[in-house]
Ligand binder design. Structure first.
Ligand code: G6P
Ligand code: ZN
Length: 543
């Protein structure tokens, strides 16, 4: 088994986005494409010599092959040990936990998150650092630099490593430790939450349904919700991970998790519905007949987390991504907690968590998490919800209602305009940027602009600056419009328009969300000249 040095040339476009490198699977299948990027990761972090890594992913098409290539490259680059989930499976939160628990030097996660999988769909590779979180901007920049400087990669010529059962194997002097992907994660969850109280609630007739969307959380949810907490067999649906996620989009939102929404809309709906995404870091929460917006979920969790054992001492502070609604800000204000607003991307929470400034954080894009790991965590959110429901004895809808009465309701929606030509999407943002000074005082669709600015973020821990992270337009009465371009797409540009309207009158807490936002929506179209730039009058997705 000789390590080979294979000559290669830099490949264009290997710049990691919001969350690692995501491309069409066929792009990853091109000669040297995966190998170049993996070598760039190893070079970008200062080499693999003597290091320990965690490896796994959501099981999408090509993961098994990619895992074997990465193992051979890690060995050829001198890594000491790679801890791999059985079958190359690890949810993103479980990988984050393993990196931390085992003191690893980092991890490589094979996933394109909620994007569909298959030879004609998406694949992705992401590096997480020793804190268990997505690589910082600085490390990401070094990896990108390495993709542009690469001349050769190192790989071992060897047979596949058996990843089908736990145990320790040897590969060219490197140890490959195959672990049960669920065990450590389930143990972590048991330590955070009051499993007895949740078990008692379920034993008392509380019914739940969890849709794993044929993605990685199936085995995790079955073990935790059914085996350990006593939910009825079959409560976890679509529980077998499939390479193409059964042909679906493993994205937990009312559009792609239609089946769950239908179950939760039926007259005999269970008490609680939830779903997670491809790699297990996103979550969706649904009450009987009512979807809980991710921004609202973050606020409710922040207001009630102290009911779970892990957070009984209270929260140090909270954070949200800038486009996320300010529902959580209201909770922080009332509780005297600090609330940070960061750019989109979980990596920006890392320093705040590491520095002990915050305990809980979340994003409008269905991600919530805490300082227990350094990734957002779908099942964790589900368990915190269940713990809170068990402790309060309230149902999902009653809890939301009580929350709005105390803090007001931040009506919120994100409108996505997909597949726009990149130049046109950029022109829209540039045009708006050029008019920011002139917007305050402007009347649009009956709303008045109070202020408008581009969001630049200075990390309070290390002082690093991330510029041009989106444009915020504040309207009268606490309304807000945010515009930015997605950083996770694999073709063309997606314009994201985030819309928010604050309501404090309880008589108006049950309006249709799009209706409640109608003036904000109309103002957004007028102010950003969306039709002029994109030719679109309606979004592709209303999340
Ligand atoms: C991923 C990231 C999140 C981010 C989301 C949307 O899930 O982990 O941090 O909020 O993508 O990002 P985008 O750039 O597409 O709006
Ligand atoms: Zn994900």
């Amino acid at each position: 088994m000789q390590p080979l040095t294979i000559a290669t040339d830099p490949i264009d476009g290997q710049k990691p986005g919001t969350s690692g490198l995501r491309k069409k699977t066929r792009v990853f299948l091109e000669p040297h494409y995966l190998e170049n990027f993996v070598q760039a990761i190893l070079d970008g972090i200062g080499g693999a010599g003597g290091k320990t890594f965690v490896l796994g992913g959501d099981g999408r098409y090509f993961s098994d092959r990619a895992a074997q290539v990465i193992l051979r490259m890690a060995a050829a680059n001198g890594a000491a040990r790679v801890i791999v989930g059985q079958g190359a499976l690890l949810s993103t939160p479980a990988a984050s936990n393993l990196i931390r628990k085992r003191g690893a030097d980092g991890g490589i996660i094979l996933s394109a998150s909620h994007n569909p999988g298959g030879i004609d769909e998406d694949f992705g590779v992401k590096f997480n650092g020793p804190n268990g979180g997505p690589a910082s901007e600085e490390v990401t920049a070094r990896i990108f630099e390495a993709t542009r400087a690469i001349r050769a990669y190192r790989i071992l010529e060897a047979h596949d490593v058996d990843l089908s059962r736990p145990g320790t194997r040897e590969l060219g002097g490197m140890t490959v430790e195959v672990v049960d992907p669920v065990a450590d994660y389930a143990e972590l969850m048991e330590g955070l939450f009051d499993f007895d109280a949740i078990r008692a609630m379920i034993g008392g007739g509380f019914r739940l349904v969890f849709d794993a969307m044929h993605a990685v959380t199936g085995p995790y949810a079955t073990e935790i919700l059914e085996n350990r907490l006593g939910a009825a067999r079959g409560s976890v649906r679509n529980a077998t991970p499939l390479p193409d996620f059964g042909g679906g989009h493993p994205d937990p939102n009312p559009i792609w998790a239609r089946e769950l929404i239908e179950i939760m809309s039926a007259p005999d709906a269970p008490d609680f519905g939830a779903a997670s995404d491809g790699d297990g870091d996103r979550n969706m929460i649904v009450g009987p007949g009512a979807y809980v917006a991710p921004s609202d979920s973050l606020a409710v969790l922040a207001a009630n987390a102290q009911l779970a054992p892990a957070y009984a001492g209270g929260l140090k502070g909270v954070a949200r991504s800038m486009p996320t609604s300010r529902a959580v800000d209201a909770v922080a204000r009332a509780r005297g907690m600090v609330c940070y607003a960061t750019p989109t991307g979980w990596k920006f929470f890392g320093n705040l968590l590491d520095d002990g400034r915050i305990t809980l954080c979340g994003e409008e894009s269905a991600g919530t998490g805490s300082d227990h790991i350094r990734e957002k965590d779908g099942l964790w959110a589900v368990l915190l919800w269940l713990n809170i429901l068990a402790a309060t004895g309230k149902g999902v809808n009653a809890l939301m209602e009580a929350h709005w009465r105390e803090f007001g309701r931040n009506y919120y929606s994100r409108h996505d305009f997909e597949g726009i030509e990149t130049a046109r999407a950029e022109a829209l943002i540039d045009d708006l940027r050029g008019r920011l000074d002139r917007l305050p005082g402007l009347e649009a669709a009956g709303r008045t602009v109070e202020s408008a600015a581009e969001f630049d973020y200075t990390d309070p821990v290390d002082g690093s600056v991330a510029r041009a992270q989106g444009i915020q337009v504040q309207l009268d009465g606490g309304g807000r419009i945010v515009l930015r371009l997605s950083g996770t797409g694999t073709s063309g540009a997606t314009l994201r328009v985030y819309l928010e309207h604050v309501e404090t009158d309880p008589d108006r807490f049950h309006t249709d969300v799009q209706e409640a936002l109608s003036s904000v929506i109309a103002a957004a179209h007028e102010i950003a000249r969306i039709e002029h730039h994109t030719g679109r009058t309606e979004p592709d997705v209303r999340a």
